[in-house]
Design a protein around this ligand. Sequence first.
Ligand code: ADP
Ligand code: MG
Length: 272
Amino acid sequence: MGRLADKNIPITGGNSGIGLAAAQAFASEGARVAVKLEHVTRTYRRDAFEVRALDDVSLTIPTRGFVAIMGPSGSGKTTLLNLVAGIDHATSGSVVVGAEEITTMNDRALAAWRARHIGLVFQFYNLLPVLTAFENVDLPLLLTHLRKPERKTHVESALQAVGLADRMDHYPRQLSGGQEQRVAIARAIVTDPTILVADEPTGDLDAKAAEDILLLLTELNRQFHTTIVMVTHDPRAERFVDTVYRLDKGVFIGSEKGGMSATPRVPLQPAE
Ligand SMILES: Nc1ncnc2c1ncn2[C@@H]1O[C@H](COP(=O)(O)OP(=O)(O)O)[C@@H](O)[C@H]1O
Ligand SMILES: [Mg+2]
């Protein structure tokens, strides 16, 4: 446990309990697979019609992987991500995340599971404007039993990991889009989740900021071994990830290697 803690950044306090279940799960047989979907279908009913957002999708995502889910608009990317994140239920099929079958969990169990295992990053950051960067990152820790001084250590470590140690007291409006997304990423990793799930994290950023965010995700993946599942339709992302999974009209049409394996490691960029 404590992938960030491994690097002397105590994101997970020694016996805080955060991430413990994930660590135990990974110690068992499913250790090398972070996500396993088997024959997953998700349909939505729209008036008299049935929309098949995902159609019999089977795939696995390795632990410690950094993968991109790509495909045209409407191909089911967000639907897939929401199933992995336990935000939505499959209509049929099996979704196993971190060795736990989440398809059969009730909403309450799923919410608790999600808080423990999933870090979420969205296209539009979803920061609370009335809270500082520090307070935004502290939010998910309010759901844990950590006390204030411990939370402070975790929050500072997370903000440091995204290169924003000097912006803790800034409000979202005082930050650039790229910096806001960094805060959102810090908020997503502060609980040391099993999987970081990001839906179009660079979708609202200019080219430079988008590249910085992709580099940051690459570094979090490499340094802290965070498994990252990212939905994107940004072709620039292909070069940063290990594997690209392609969806088309709800069908998984295959995966291919990303480009980062062919390029040298890039050091973590300081915040702008
Ligand atoms: N809540 C919903 N109700 C009805 N249809 C939906 C809903 N969410 C997604 N869909 C439909 O499912 C398909 C896949 O959507 P989505 O997963 O959002 O695609 P993507 O993220 O690749 O753009 C689309 O046809 C979309 O209109
Ligand atoms: Mg989408």
